[in-house]
Write a protein that binds this ligand. Structure first.
Ligand SMILES: C[S@@+](CC[C@H](N)C(=O)[O-])C[C@H]1O[C@@H](n2cnc3c(N)ncnc32)[C@H](O)[C@@H]1O
Length: 262
């Protein structure tokens, strides 16, 4: 394997949800550096017998980059394993900046983000024809500031599907801002805690009940909140939202519509 840092998405928890490419890198890397609270030990156990396996929780950024730089400069490879997909709230830019300053090559290998694992656990399509064709990935503002032009109230004004990372303790604020954006109190909201882990928990509720439902379920972290009418659990019983893609009368590049071909 090339001497570089592979920034690998581990997926949401289930060790089978890493990509084939990501797993090969974990198996072959000389150093495996992983986010211990959120990456499964089962997955890390695939590291080779020769590999040095390190947890990132006790290290600061400079220490991590030192390990990576030392390893790659010695002609060896590093798998830096992140939860979900590294590009979403993965804090990888700061690693790449320091690696680039030291001329250390790196490559990103994508993973299954928790937003998609949560949708799968719920049996939901996030983009439902005629209902919404947009998903916003965001977070509520807590200790980490969010730019002014990205306030939840403004984002929610699109009335699309909204996926909230890192927001389980901020439900009151989420509800207030969505209501201010004109959402109705009975808008469906689904919360998946530890999606794909053996102790996965699902809570289906409404905007009105969200805060209470999270308290009752004891959910404060590792939770994905999905809000909007695409999360309506009755959609699957109604057959009211068909796409054009498989519509008999709709012609596209790969299939002539019935009307067009007759
Ligand atoms: C630091 S962010 C990392 C996100 C990750 N890069 C991803 O793509 O899923 C951590 C947040 O992601 C969400 N998260 C990560 N793993 C999760 C899981 N298995 N189930 C539900 N939410 C999860 C939660 O909102 C958590 O607070």
């Amino acid at each position: 394997m090339e001497a570089k840092v592979y920034i690998v998405g581990a997926g949401p928890g289930d060790p089978d949800l890493i990509t084939v490419k990501g797993l090969r890198i974990v198996e072959r890397a000389d150093v495996v550096l992983y986010t211990d609270s959120l990456v499964s030990e089962d997955l890390v156990s695939h590291a080779g017998a020769h590999a040095e396996v390190l947890q990132s929780s006790g290290m600061d950024l400079e220490q991590m980059v030192d390990v990576m730089a030392r390893t790659v400069s010695a002609g060896r490879s590093v798998a830096r394993v992140h939860t979900g997909d590294p590009s979403v709230y993965g804090a990888i830019l700061e690693q790449m900046v320091l690696l680039k300053q030291r001329d250390i090559p790196y490559e990103i290998v994508p993973g299954v983000s928790s937003v998609f694992a949560a949708a799968a656990a719920l049996g939901a399509e996030l983009t439902v024809p005629d209902l919404t064709q947009t998903v916003i990935l965001t977070r509520a503002e807590g200790r980490t500031p969010v730019p002014d032009r990205e306030k939840l109230r403004d984002l929610a004004s699109h009335h699309c599907t909204v996926a909230l990372f890192l927001s389980a303790t901020l439900a009151k604020k989420v509800v207030r801002e969505f209501l201010e954006a004109g959402w109705s109190e009975d808008t469906p909201v689904a919360v998946v805690q530890r999606a794909t882990w053996p102790d996965q928990k699902i809570v289906r509720t409404t905007l009105r009940e969200l805060d209470g439902a999270l308290r009752e379920a004891g959910i404060r972290m590792h939770a994905m909140i999905l809000a909007g009418w695409a999360l309506d659990p009755t959609l699957v019983d109604r057959d009211a939202h068909r796409s054009k893609l498989y519509d008999k009368t709709f012609t596209h590049g790969y299939r002539k519509g019935v009307a067009a071909s007759e």
